[in-house]
Design a binder for this molecule. Sequence first.
Ligand SMILES: Nc1ncnc2c1ncn2[C@@H]1O[C@H](COP(=O)(O)OP(=O)(O)O)[C@@H](O)[C@H]1O
Ligand SMILES: [Mg+2]
Length: 310
Amino acid sequence: MTIDPPKKKTKVIAVVNQKGGVGKTTTAINLAASLALEGVPTLLIDCDPQANSTSGLGVQREEAKLSVYDLMLGAATAREAVLPTGVEGLSIVPGTRNMIGANVELVNADRRESRLRDALAPDRNGTWGFIILDCPPALDLLTLNALVAADTLLVPMQAEYFALEGVSELLSTLDRVAAAYNPRLALEGVLLTMFDDRTNLSQQVRANLMEFFGDKVFKTTVPRNIRLAEAPSHGKPVALYDPRSRGAEAYLDLAQEILDRNPEIKPVTPSASRKKLVVDEIPLPRSIQQLADEEESKGSGMWPFRRKKS
Ligand SMILES: Nc1ncnc2c1ncn2[C@@H]1O[C@H](COP(=O)(O)OP(=O)(O)O)[C@@H](O)[C@H]1O
Ligand SMILES: [Mg+2]
């Protein structure tokens, strides 16, 4: 007899990619804000010492009494450290530069990779539908904590040729983390950012990723849009800074796509209605499959992030 584990009421999604500048923070801010605007109470946790998602939402680092640092030290729970943002339904646990030290301070600490998971445990009761973790551009102790705390991973990738080179390395790292600390960790999806659908390269990158990840590639792509780059300096998500921009529309579409994939998480307030983005089917070339085959022939074992070959 098998008993299904109860569906978690709060889903924790880590936005992760070891490369910088691929759109992690932009995605964390705007996805979290869009989920909140769709009516699902959402918490954003800024795990990056650069604290760009904190400042990007107009939260002054100095005004925060508690931060992720206190969560990592076991000195506070998420609920104690949250601050409100200018977006209804969106709260934040701010980041701080002190976290650079956390990597060092926790080296010999007990359960050092589970600090964030432990701090979130009391708050996974549905108060927030989603907890979004913005990760630093490194596979360090802070990212490890995010990977251990997360249910799923959202991997933003820039639609450029070099994006594909990092895929194999990233996935084998995630795989090892999952095996050691968090066996139920799954892939929420791969998001193409700074996407220009008029170029062959973008189309090619997308097609290759689809070959590799199947329907784990989000239908939504995020276009290169200047409004997305401007919004943080106004301390707002793009949906409030310029709701009619293509960037705002893309992140609302992404939020809707994630809600469709997670029907157990329900909005508590009515959501805005918007037009849906339609993506054409694209024929699939081969090259990424070769990468996968190489990895498999190296005997790296089970690869839960990859689509099974039929
Ligand atoms: N879709 C986009 N269109 C235009 N600029 C973008 C887009 N996504 C991100 N940017 C800009 O690119 C830079 C890097 O993005 P960021 O989200 O900070 O990446 P990461 O957190 O992965 O380092 C930032 O200046 C950001 O404003
Ligand atoms: Mg960032």
